[in-house]
Design a protein around this ligand. Structure first.
Ligand code: UDP
Length: 240
């Protein structure tokens, strides 16, 4: 792996990528593959914060759409992100990568609470810090959690690993003529309502000048390529 262009990044993975090819839940084999990619990046000396969504298990909006109280459903969603964080911690530690999970919803028996200074120390020691439970409040998503932690931990970039290889002007799965941006401005993403992250997350990154790198995590070796500035990706940044 060539030398990465960042010193510290926040990697946000949507819960869906942990399902592998299953329709739901966690595929341990796929999580192990993801962990290998994270390890390879960490082994270059990069400091890595991780945020994992919960959409493979439970999304608050889906519960609310079926008659649940939204806040209650969102708390269930937050717990789903903790499960995913523990699955990733397990996979990373099986590869010998030291990790700590810090949850925004306190769960003393299971993981640490979010403490920025402690997280700093973990990163200095080469540990991967997995931030769970988003921002710890309903009506938010893990995208906002990722943007918040990226700002708080002074990350050089927020890498958003999804099933799509960047930001398109229409859905590439349905429109073969869809155009992908290499670089795009935060305000264009917001004005055109491009579905990459929720608006609050994009705005937080814009206000703190944190580039958002959108890429496909489903292709093997892609994280390394993206970190080296190669491979297919869309970068959201100022003045693009
Ligand atoms: N969630 C929340 N507050 C947060 C983060 C997450 O209420 O700060 C809940 C929300 O219900 C969300 C669910 O957790 O739908 C799972 O997170 P998300 O939808 O962001 O997961 P992803 O789409 O990335 O898999």
């Amino acid at each position: 792996m060539s030398k990465p262009r960042y010193k510290r990044v926040l990697l946000k993975l949507s819960g869906e990528v942990l399902m592998g090819n299953q329709p739901f839940g966690i595929d341990p084999e796929f999580v192990a593959e993801l962990a290998k990619e994270v390890k390879a990046a960490r082994d270059t000396g990069l400091e890595i914060c991780l945020v994992i969504g919960g959409g493979n298990i439970f999304r608050g909006m889906a519960g609310a759409a079926r008659g649940m109280d939204r806040a209650q459903a969102d708390y269930m969603g937050m717990l789903a992100t903790v499960m995913n964080a523990l699955a990733m911690q397990n996979a990373l530690e099986q590869l010998g990568v030291h990790t700590r999970v810090q949850s925004a919803v306190q769960m003393d028996q299971v993981c640490e609470p979010v403490i920025r200074r402690r997280a700093e120390r973990h990163l200095e020691k080469g540990r991967v810090v997995i931030f769970a439970a988003g921002v710890g409040a309903p009506y938010f998503t893990t995208d906002s959690g990722a943007a918040l932690r990226a700002a708080e931990m002074q990350c050089d970039a927020l890498l958003k690993g999804t099933s799509v290889d960047g930001i398109y002007d229409s859905d590439p799965k349905h429109n073969p003529a869809a155009k992908r941006w290499d670089v795009i401005d935060y305000d264009t993403v917001l004005a055109e309502n491009l579905k990459v992250m929720d608006a609050s997350a994009v705005a937080l990154c814009r206000d703190n000048d944190i580039p958002i790198v959108v890429f496909s995590i489903r292709e093997k070796g892609n994280l390394a390529r993206v970190l080296a500035g190669e491979g297919i990706q869309t970068i959201v940044q100022k003045g693009a």
